[in-house]
Ligand binder design. Structure first.
Ligand code: UGA
Length: 437
């Protein structure tokens, strides 16, 4: 396994859980030292236990030769961050390929887990061939793990996608997953690469779509929570990824929307829809400032508490987190910004005061903004918080709270796409109609 980031660690330790011997190689000495000492360098629920119970089958190393020696599969799980042009940066991928030994026996297979542009497999194949490594196979096996739930996702995937140049390589990669019950989608390499980008872009599209519906709800007095429920019960549409909020973040959706848009553009096709998905998401983060201004007037010298910093709950990941944009928009409006998060304690947010508790963050604040729907915030509309704030204004960027209860507790409450009367759906209100006999 090349890469000891979240994909590499979850995939590597889960393969060990399936009974395979796994060597995880990374270039960051500190990360490898911590892993050898039994420490998990990322926050991912359940991962520590998987690593712990597979100690005997897992090796962590900085040494390429140790990783490659006798390996049947060479999994690539390195980062592919966007470059300035929006294309994926493949330098870590090439570094892995170029450091493979000159001679390898028994047809090991390079398996691509990293999210890469379509065409990467062809290019890797060519580079392997040029290096004389014609006996090394190549398979694209994209990952669909969601942070915070990745350990479960690996063992219970919706599908396993295997794109290969040669059937015999696909067979071996499929066989490697024995023990996992799911659909297997076998394709050519380019299609497998595109499945990953298309899936992430489609999920992002659903989020931007429901966020636009939420914005319309605010104009017409409808409740986006009810609208999403009514839409999502259509089996052709499904209920997932229809939660309105202040925008998507993370290391995947923003990157993959951009990467697919650039990929299409580079091939001569303008992917207009993704342009809109991207812009809606950027505007959505900034709407928080408008909502605050509506209740507080100019934000100069106002004290604003940002509750939750990570791009979603159950992770400490701050990559492309909406909190970053919101924090700096507020600072540029002249506001005083404090923030609280149970696990993300970023050192790179100068000007933002990090607080140890929710209560410290909201003390004397003019407003509190729920940025990440951490379960700890479900009881935010309490007497204690009400009394601590200078003005009891809550902007609920994730529609976590019951608007009616929050207002009854004396707060000025503003959700996303939720009019004044809205409260969470009462399942007893819309039971299935009795069947006629
Ligand atoms: C995403 C995909 O869900 C995974 O399938 C994929 O493997 C992964 O990217 C990847 O490419 O590695 P992840 O970024 O961990 O996983 O997080 P998600 O749970 O998908 O959430 C992404 C963002 O969308 C978060 O900021 C979340 O708050 C937001 N979101 C999600 C919404 O605003 N509304 C929703 O209904 C769902």
């Amino acid at each position: 396994m090349f890469g000891a980031g979240y994909v590499g660690l979850v995939t590597g330790s889960s393969f060990a859980d399936l009974g395979h011997e796994v060597v995880v190689r990374d270039v960051i000495p500190e990360r490898i030292e911590r892993l050898r000492a039994g420490e998990i360098p990322i926050y991912e629920p359940g991962l520590e236990k998987v690593v712990e119970r597979n100690r005997d089958r897992l090796t962590f190393t900085l040494d390429v030769d140790e990783a490659v020696d006798g390996a049947e599969f060479l999994y690539v799980a390195v980062g592919t961050p966007p470059t300035e042009s929006g294309d994926a940066d493949l330098s870590y991928v090439w570094s892995v390929i170029d450091h493979l030994p000159e001679t390898m026996v028994d047809r090991p297979i390079v398996v691509m887990k990293s999210t890469v542009p379509v065409g990467t497999g062809e290019n890797v194949r060519r580079r392997l061939d040029v290096r004389g490594l014609t006996n090394v196979g190549y398979v694209s096996n994209p990952e669909f793990l969601a942070e915070g739930n990745a350990v479960h996702d690996f063992m219970h995937p919706d599908r396993i996608v295997v794109g290969a140049f040669e059937e015999r390589d696909a067979d071996r990669v499929v066989d490697l997953h024995r023990g996992i019950e799911t659909e297997v989608v076998r394709t050519d390499v380019a299609s497998a690469e595109l499945v990953k980008l298309a899936a992430n872009a489609f999920l992002s599209t659903r989020i931007s779509f429901i966020n636009e519906i939420a914005n319309v709800c605010e104009f017409v007095g409808a409740d986006v929570v009810d609208v999403a429920r009514g839409v999502g019960l259509d089996h052709r549409l499904g209920p997932h990824f229809l939660k309105a909020g202040l925008g998507f973040g993370g290391s995947c959706f923003p990157k993959d929307v951009t990467a697919l848009k650039q990929l299409a553009g580079n091939s001569g096709y303008q992917f207009m829809l993704l342009q809109a998905v991207w812009e809606v998401n950027e505007l959505q983060k900034r709407r928080v400032v408008q909502k605050l201004t509506k209740h507080l007037g100019p934000l100069q010298n106002k004290k604003i508490a940002l509750l939750g910093l990570a791009f979603k709950p159950n992770t400490d990941d701050m990559r492309e987190a909406p909190s970053r944009v919101i924090a700096y928009r507020l600072l540029s409006e002249g506001a005083e910004v404090r923030a609280w998060d149970p696990v993300a304690h970023p050192a790179d947010l100068p000007g933002i005061e990090l607080c140890d508790s929710v209560l410290d963050a909201v003390r004397d604040a003019d407003a509190a903004v729920i940025v990440t729907e951490w379960p700890e915030l479900a009881t935010l509309a309490s007497r204690e918080v009400h009394d601590a704030m200078a003005r009891p204004v809550i902007v609920d960027g994730r529609n976590l709270l019951d608007p009616v209860a929050a207002r009854e507790a004396g707060f000025t409450y503003e959700g996303i796409g939720r009019p004044r009367h809205a409260s969470p759906p009462d399942p007893s209100r819309d039971r299935k109609p009795e069947r006629r006999s």
